[in-house]
Design a protein around this ligand. Structure first.
Ligand code: HEM
Length: 129
């Protein structure tokens, strides 16, 4: 039985992150706003980076740091034009992916809160005065 003292990684395991990322990138692959931002061709390497990052962030192994170093998420997203609409569609797909992957509470609410906040933080466009 999961309790809130366990990390998300303890609760859902590597298999939970695999299901989540698979469900998320299937949506990105056909999304007209998001797909053009991602590398042309194979989405596998991008999917792997997000999966390793999230496993590390939520208490799992530190493979992301070994491969990519410090996350610097704001900086790494600077090349992409992320406005409120892009942020909202990213969160919408991640929310659907959490449901499809069958992530149970309390992991579910921890993850959704984190995704909402972090995605807002990635917005890098500003309205003119
Ligand atoms: C708000 C909307 C977002 C958009 C449009 C977006 C888009 C992108 C794109 C286009 C990439 C490059 C793909 C690649 O790795 O080759 C990327 C990378 C990445 N994104 Fe996002 N992202 C968003 C939000 C987030 C959020 C909320 C997180 C974390 C919870 C996140 C985590 C990452 C990570 C870990 C990478 C790989 C960084 C690296 O090691 O190079 N992104 N994102």
């Amino acid at each position: 039985m999961a309790d809130s003292s366990q990390t998300v990684y303890d609760q859902i395991g590597a298999a939970g992150f695999e299901r989540l990322i698979d469900a998320f990138y299937r949506r990105v692959a056909v999304d007209p706003v998001l797909r053009p931002m991602y590398p042309a061709g194979d989405l596998g390497p991008a999917a792997r980076r997000l999966r390793l990052f999230l496993m590390q962030f939520f208490g799992g192994p530190m493979d992301y740091a070994q491969e990519r170093g410090h996350p610097r998420l704001r900086m790494r997203h600077a090349p992409f034009r992320i406005d409120q609409a892009a942020r909202d569609v990213w969160v919408q797909h991640m929310r659907a992916a959490v449901d499809e992957a069958g992530i149970p509470d309390p992991a579910r609410s921890t993850m959704l809160g984190y995704f909402e906040r972090t995605a807002t933080h990635m917005i890098n466009t500003y309205l003119p005065d």
